[in-house]
Design a protein around this ligand. Sequence first.
Ligand SMILES: [Zn+2]
Length: 179
Amino acid sequence: MHVDHVGGLLADGLRRRLRPDVPIHLAAAEAEFWASPDFSRNSFPPRMPDVLRSAAGRFLDLYRSQLRLFEAESEVAPGVVVCRTGGHTPGHSVVCLASGGDRLMFLGDAVFPDHFDRPDWYNAFDHDPEEAVRVRIRLLRELAATREPLVAAHLSFPSLGRVAVAGNVFRFVPAEWEY
Ligand SMILES: [Zn+2]
């Protein structure tokens, strides 16, 4: 529920264009955390805590009746399974898509560009830094083993690719972009 992910749903006019009953799937741990957030493990610049708290609070107020909370995982539509990983935030989740024989994993904020070289690095927005590192390494290992494609919120264009292993670091192998 960081502002760069829920902020779009707070933009003026957007909500009126959504179906009023559109369900929003959210890990229960995320809703619980943001009701009273603890930033003691983050090192944010001065105004950041207020920005995060206020965006998350507005999101919960506006969309509470549409939230469909899940604990560990939930199939939100046929072939679309959301799984809580925690780490980055308590309810951070990844989404696994399956269609025919194809697979794609949306990693959210579990991985940023630096993390292929340094999966042990964490940033100010990782609320549980050690757990975020464990989650990241587990997901990168899994994707390197299965060769399944991934997409993530903060990777460079085209954001879609696969994971390779080079010695004890990972490599992002971007997908060919077809126009
Ligand atoms: Zn985030």
